[in-house]
Design a protein around this ligand. Structure first.
Ligand code: GP9
Ligand code: MN
Length: 684
């Protein structure tokens, strides 16, 4: 203890001494006097970045975000610190070049933001269509005054340089050691700023920074310069990764698909060939809401209806990783699994994929996707080129009034309503069409409760209301999904009124679970309806919703429905376990297309032998759920489980994850494309 105290006293003494020296020698004053141009550079560059945030994100909070200012300053000081390695007379050129470079970042992002309401990425430069789009954007925006304002950066440096030259500022001689010292001290100062920034980062900041797809958030918190630097790293990294290990990856890929048998025909082959298709990407829709009601009011009447009238896959899992919505779109479209690092949509948008839209286009379909959010969210604008849609209707194609906003953006009801008009037009102009519509309102944190409409999640008994799920996150989710389900119901009705369901197959998948607290499920399933309280843990009716139940409860719905399916042989519930990667082969069989490089299987071929592998290495079959992190499993039927079975399935899972990751990172379908990628419709 004494030692620590002594140590502290020593540090304080030393700091005091240094400060006194600094004061006596007027070191700070001297530093400022000899660094006027450098300081001008720092202020000009940080100001430009701040102005950019102001024009892009409007709110004063973002404009004056101290974190972004701190990060910008740290970057600018670090970059500028090397100026002291130059002789005074050469410093102007160095600082001017740096500032022009930083100004260019601001101008490009300013132009890009006006057009796309998002920030630019160098990864997009490899996409030819993008270059065309940006070209248009630049032409349309080039005359906007706000994109020119950044010129004040280089201008202020030039003006300051002229003034300083007049005062013979550059005549001073600085020794080499003095210059080196100054560089190191300035660098250390930028390191200090970076340190303060890093220790104030939240875990959300870290995660968003690493994923880099929520660009507005990253710019708001980290500033434009750090954003752009991080963008370069995340864009270049996949390219570097794919430079090593190609041969091994290619061999594993060939071996795997050489072993895989081609599917055989079954009773569902070609049943929907040539029909129009509407696919719904059901944001955060979960299977466990189907059939639930509160106070006699169904929570999801539309899902209840279509699941009971169509083909309902009630043991279906999405297989997402950190890319959530985008990962589910990837797997749905390609029958591949999410990548091990980064996300396919963001880091690997330029790869070749064999997708449902591409395969249907071979049959003459017009393909489109509709989502009323920013087109750059999850880098969809670029990835959709690779998926092969003919058209992407995004935020800019919808009228978004303030009163129609729920959660992340345009409400599902309004989105569907406006989409019907567009589908009508598509239907008039095209013989066959396929469209994916991505819902948005039922998105975490489910807090826009007052906008979801009335749905009581407490228990009403006569005059009395007993507290139950109200105020819980799960309760809010129930209200939210009740709203989303209602939107879906209205959509189906409108489509029907327009005659758009007559020759259409309606498909719905839940994109991933809603990540709700386990304790809320415990309340849901352990509520005593008579006493209006939770069962005590000692009560024999109390059933803990354990971690396995939670993981198995993350099922999402997959439904195939047509208007006249009820009571036909296509009206049934399929309970064999199935994953998102089985969708492409299953639909392929029904619509008459085939992708040799699918990782999943047609559920009607593989039946009860299926295995669903998750990106974290977990897997599930009809009889076992295996948690790879815990190295533990749960039996789902009463059959004994052998260690061999666990070993075999775990190896299979790891192999599949490797093959999938290699396909994407090494762009293996790009080569395969010329050989065997495209096949005639249907299996053999
Ligand atoms: C955003 C939407 C949500 O456009 O698809 O994405 P998520 O947060 O679910 O990944
Ligand atoms: Mn989602």
């Amino acid at each position: 203890m004494k030692r620590i105290k002594k140590g502290f006293q020593k540090i304080i003494k030393k700091t005091k001494k240094t400060l006194m020296e600094v004061k006596d020698d007027h070191l700070i004053k001297k530093y400022f006097q000899s660094s006027v141009l450098f300081i001008t550079f720092v202020i000009a560059s940080v100001l430009n970045a701040t102005i950019l945030r102001f024009f892009c994100m409007h709110s004063i909070e973002n404009f004056l975000s101290w974190k972004a200012i701190l990060a910008d300053t740290a970057v600018v000081v670090a970059l500028g610190s090397f100026v002291y390695l130059f002789k005074p007379k050469n410093r102007f050129i160095y600082l001017l070049c740096c500032n022009i470079f930083l100004t260019a970042i601001c101008v490009i992002n300013s132009v890009y933001y006006t057009f796309y309401t998002s920030f630019a990425s160098i990864s997009m430069l490899s996409l030819t269509q993008y270059i065309g789009d940006v070209g248009d954007a630049v032409v349309e925006n080039v005359l906007q005054l706000k994109d020119m304002i950044y010129i004040i950066g280089p201008l202020s440096i030039i003006i300051m340089h002229i003034l300083l030259r007049k005062k013979n500022y550059y005549k001073k001689v600085e020794l080499k050691t003095e210059r080196k010292n100054k560089t190191l001290k300035t660098l250390a100062f930028s390191g200090f700023l970076a340190f303060i920034f890093i220790i104030t980062m939240s875990s959300l900041d870290v995660s968003r920074f690493l994923k880099q797809w929520n660009k507005e958030y990253v710019v708001m918190r980290f500033g434009i310069y750090v954003y752009q630097f991080n963008d370069v790293v995340t864009s270049v990294q996949p390219k570097i990764n794919s430079m090593f290990g190609y041969d091994k990856a290619n061999k594993e890929f060939n071996d795997y698909f050489a072993e895989k048998k081609e599917p055989s025909k079954n009773e569902y082959s070609d049943i929907f060939k040539g029909k129009n298709v509407i696919v719904i990407h059901g944001e955060s829709m979960m299977t466990n809401t189907i059939g639930l009601s509160f106070n006699g009011v169904e929570m999801t009447p539309t899902l209840n209806k279509i699941s009971s009238e169509g083909m309902y896959f009630n043991n279906f899992y999405s297989q997402v990783s950190v890319g959530t919505s985008s990962d589910s779109e990837l797997t749905y479209n390609t029958s591949l699994l999410p990548t091990k690092s980064g996300t396919a949509f963001v880091s690997y948008a330029d790869r070749v994929y064999q997708t449902i839209p591409k395969l249907l286009k071979e049959q003459g379909y017009y393909t489109y996707v509709m989502h009323a959010n920013n087109a750059d969210f999850w880098n969809r604008r670029n990835m959709y080129n690779s998926i092969g849609y003919d058209k992407f209707y995004s935020k800019k194609d919808y009228v978004i009034e303030k009163e129609n906003i729920i959660g992340l953006g345009l409400s599902d009801k309004e989105f569907f309503h406006q989409s019907v008009e567009k589908i009508k037009e598509i239907n008039e102009q095209n013989e066959k069409w396929y469209g994916l519509l991505i819902m948005l309102s039922n998105h975490t944190p489910f807090s826009d409760v007052e906008k979801y409409g009335e749905y009581n999640v407490d228990i009403v008994n006569g005059e009395e209301t007993y507290p139950y799920m109200e105020g819980t996150k799960l309760g809010n989710y129930f209200k939210s999904i009740h709203y989303a389900d209602g939107a879906l119901g209205e959509f189906i009705e409108e489509l029907d009124q327009e005659g758009l369901l007559d020759n259409t197959v309606f498909i719905l998948y839940g994109d991933h679970d809603a990540r709700l607290p386990r304790k809320d499920y415990n309340l849901l399933y352990n509520y005593d309806m008579e006493k209006h309280e939770m069962y005590q843990e000692e009560d024999e009716r109390y059933k803990e919703y354990d971690s396995y139940q939670y993981e198995l409860g993350r099922k999402v719905p997959f439904i195939i429905w047509t208007k006249n399916m009820k009571n036909t042989k296509l009206n049934f519930t399929e309970s064999n376990v199935m994953g998102m990667y089985d969708v492409q082969p299953t639909l392929g069989n029904m619509f008459g297309f085939y992708n040799k490089y699918a990782l999943g299987n047609d559920i009607f071929n593989i039946k009860n032998k299926n295995i669903v592998t998750f990106p974290n290495g977990n897997w599930v079959t009809n009889s076992v759920y295996y948690n790879s992190q815990k190295g533990a499993y749960l039996s789902l039927d009463d059959q004994p489980i052998t260690e061999d079975e666990i070993k075999y399935n775990t190896e299979y899972t790891n192999r599949l994850l490797d093959v999938s990751n290699n396909i994407i990172s090494f762009d293996l379908l790009n080569e395969a494309k010329n050989n065997t990628l495209n096949s005639e419709g249907g299996g053999q």
